[in-house]
Write a protein that binds this ligand. Structure first.
Ligand SMILES: Nc1ncnc2c1ncn2[C@@H]1O[C@H](COP(=O)(O)OP(=O)(O)O)[C@@H](O)[C@H]1O
Ligand SMILES: CC(=O)N[C@@H](CCC(=O)OP(=O)(O)O)C(=O)O
Length: 291
C-alpha cells in the first residue's frame, strides 16, 4: 500500500465514524442500471458500505426493464401521470421482471462482491401493505379534477419492517422490489420512489438517497441545483421546471423528511461510485432536498 492510499483511508475515518451503524435507504432506479460496469460498481459500493458498518437497504425500480419485456410480449406500456397503467397481464410482467430478473440480478451482483444480499418483494414477511391508487388530474384550475383509475397500482399504507430488521441484524443486505399486497389479497404495482420513501420512514433512516439518471434537480438553465426546499419545489413544479419522473422523487423525499428521515439526496446513478462520492465527500454530489 502506498502513502496516498493510506491518506485516502485516513481521510475517510471521520465519515466512517459518523455513519457507523446508520441505516441508509437507497432507491436504485431502472434508468441507473445501464451497463454491467455500473451495476458491478453499485454492488461494490453497497458491499463496502455494509462492511464498514452502515446498514444499506436497497429498494429498486425497473420501469425501463418492464417496458422492454412488455414490448417483446406485444403488450404496449402506457403511463398516467408517471404511473404505469397496470391491468392483470401487465401486473404479471411487473412481478416477474421486478421480483425476478431485476431483483435477483442485484442480489447476485452484490453476492459476487462478497456481500450477503437477500431479495424480497413487498409480499415477503408482509413487508408492504397497499391500497388501490386513484390519480387526481386537473387540466387547469377552472375545470373540476378528473379521477383516473390506473388499474392495479397501489399506494403504500403500511410498511412492516420486521423482516428488514431481522435480515440487517444478521449481516444481510435487503434488496426490495416495489410490489405490495392489498387488504383483500390483491397484488399491487407501486412506484419505487414511494416504496423507498416509506421504507426509509419505517426504519427512521439516517439517509435516503434516490439514484436516477440525471445529476439531481436541474434548473431551467439545465444547471444542477445543490439544495432545494419546499418553497422552491412548489414554484418549480408550478412553472413546469420540475416535471415527469422528478415529481414523485421530490414528493416522496419531502414526505420522508417530514416523517423521521434525517437527510435526503437525489444523485446521478450513471456516475461511477456516485453513492460513495455523496457520502464520503464534504460537499456531496447531486441535490439535497430540505423541508
Ligand atoms: N427539474 C428537473 N431536474 C431533473 N430532472 C427532471 C426535472 N424535471 C423533470 N425531470 C425528469 O425526471 C427524470 C427522472 O425521473 P425517472 O425517469 O422517473 O427516473 P428513474 O427511472 O430513475 O426513477 C429525468 O430523467 C428528467 O427527464
Ligand atoms: C406504478 C408504477 O409505475 N410502477 C413502476 C414500478 C417500477 C419503478 O418505479 O421503476 P423506476 O424507478 O425505474 O421508474 C412501473 O411499473 O414502472
Amino acid at each position: 500500500m502506498n502513502a496516498n492510499v493510506a491518506d485516502i483511508l485516513i481521510e475517510a475515518l471521520p465519515y466512517i465514524r459518523n455513519f457507523y451503524g446508520m441505516t441508509l435507504v437507497i432507491k436504485y432506479g431502472g434508468h441507473a442500471m445501464v451497463d454491467e460496469q455500473l451495476k458491478a460498481d453499485f454492488a461494490r459500493d453497497i458491499t463496502l458500505l455494509k462492511f464498514i458498518g452502515l446498514n444499506p437497504v436497497v429498494v429498486h425500480g425497473g420501469g425501463p426493464q418492464i417496458s422492454e419485456v412488455m414490448n417483446k410480449m406485444g403488450l404496449s406500456a402506457k403511463f398516467v401521470r408517471g404511473m404505469r397503467q397496470t391491468d392483470a397481464a401487465t401486473m404479471d410482467v411487473v412481478e416477474m421482471v421486478l421480483g425476478g430478473k431485476v431483483n435477483k440480478g442485484i442480489v447476485h451482483q452484490i453476492n459476487q462482491q462478497g456481500g450477503k444480499a437477500v431479495g424480497l418483494s413487498g409480499k415477503d414477511g408482509q413487508l408492504i401493505q397497499a391500497r388501490k391508487l386513484y390519480i387526481e388530474y386537473r387540466e387547469d384550475d377552472s375545470k373540476p379534477p378528473e379521477i383516473i383509475d390506473p388499474g392495479l397500482v397501489g399506494e403504500v399504507t403500511c410498511v412492516n419492517p420486521e423482516i428488514i430488521n431481522t435480515l440487517t441484524d444478521r449481516g444481510f443486505i435487503p434488496i426490495i422490489a416495489p410490489v405490495g399486497t392489498g387488504e383483500a389479497g390483491e397484488t399491487y404495482n407501486i412506484n419505487a420512489d414511494w416504496v423507498a420513501g416509506k421504507v426509509a420512514q419505517a426504519l427512521s433512516a439516517g439517509r435516503f438517497v434516490l439514484m436516477t439518471d440525471v445529476d439531481g434537480v436541474l434548473g431551467a438553465d439545465g444547471q444542477l441545483i445543490s439544495s432545494v426546499d419546499t418553497g422552491a419545489i412548489g414554484r418549480m413544479i408550478e412553472t413546469g421546471e420540475i416535471s415527469g419522473g422528478m415529481i414523485p422523487k421530490i414528493e416522496c423525499a419531502l414526505d420522508a423528511l417530514r416523517n423521521g428521515v434525517d437527510k435526503t439526496h437525489i444523485i446521478n446513478g450513471k456516475q461511477r461510485h456516485a453513492l460513495l462520492l455523496e457520502l464520503f465527500t464534504d460537499s456531496g454530489i447531486g441535490t439535497q432536498v430540505t423541508v
